[in-house]
Design a protein around this ligand. Structure first.
Ligand SMILES: [Zn+2]
Length: 277
């Protein structure tokens, strides 16, 4: 069963977010569990999250949460790391209550000289967030474009941080097609070799969701600017080939692209569904 989806607002709550996704023809959606610019721990309405989970179950909807932008796994400063960990744990709890597959978190940005310390911080933050976690929702590490730091672009890095963590079973991946392209890991034609590396490193087997975006900038530009399907440098043929590959086609394929004139992703969802039918 295919799961084309899009990002939706929780302005009217989690249940209404699920309904808004379903109304525009999505079978999957992504949401920010709280204000995406803040790491503040949020207390939520358990009735609303339970209604969201029930609605998704009844309508065959899959969902993922996206962590706040300041949630940098590579954060160096101890107080900052604690704030990131507390925020991510809060996101995991909300995602679990909504019946979501997991919480997307970017690989991490480290600006110091000792790059290895950046990777240590990422693993430490993952371990602390997942300490004692018994839920089904996972942390979903997202590949990066390389715009802010040349980190988290390769499947080898994604595989290593999971393998070196204490609770790898609590960690999966989210593949962003714009980031994959912008990072130069994919040029729009060589998806077969990337898929082989993703399989060999074990990343493909742990992939839980895809962010389906075109890219405004060329492959190898390291610039993270999403474009609507067919409105960027990748093009619909290459995107279709990648996401219909075995290992990807049954995952939630979530658009993080600009809304269409009517404020929805209806046409792009229809196009993705036509690739999968
Ligand atoms: Zn993304």
């Amino acid at each position: 069963m295919p799961y084309p989806g899009c990002h939706v607002s929780i302005g009217k709550g989690y249940y209404e977010a699920a309904r808004a996704a379903h109304r525009q023809g999505a079978s999957a959606f992504q949401y920010f569990p709280k204000n995406p610019r803040s790491l503040t721990v949020k207390s939520w309405d358990a009735t609303d999250t339970a209604r969201c989970a029930r609605y998704c179950g009844e309508h065959g909807l899959q969902s993922i949460a996206h962590s706040s932008y300041p949630a940098n796994l590579a954060a160096d400063e101890p107080e900052q790391m604690t704030r990131v960990v507390d925020s991510l744990r809060n996101d995991l709890e909300i995602a679990e209550a909504c019946g979501s597959l997991g919480v997307v978190v970017h690989f991490g940005i480290y600006k110091g000289d000792d790059l290895l310390q950046g990777y240590r911080n990422i693993i430490r933050s993952l371990d602390r967030t997942l300490e004692g976690w018994q839920g089904r929702a996972k942390l979903l590490i997202e590949n990066q474009s390389g715009e802010h730091a040349r980190m988290g672009m390769t499947v080898e890095e994604l595989a290593q941080v999971r393998q070196l963590s204490r609770q790898p079973e609590g960690i999966g991946y989210c593949l962003d097609t714009c980031h994959l392209y912008a990072s130069g890991q994919w040029n729009g034609q060589d998806e077969a070799s990337w898929l082989r590396r993703a399989q060999d490193t074990g990343v493909l087997a742990e992939l839980v969701a895809v962010h389906l975006n075109d890219s405004l900038h060329p492959s190898g530009s390291y610039r993270d600017r999403h474009a609507g399907l067919g409105e960027g440098c990748i093009g619909t043929d290459a995107l279709r080939r990648l996401v219909t590959a075995e290992g990807l086609r049954h995952l939630p394929l979530v658009l993080e692209t600009p809304k269409e004139a009517d404020g929805t992703h209806r046409e792009q969802l229809r196009l993705v569904r036509s690739w999968l039918d």
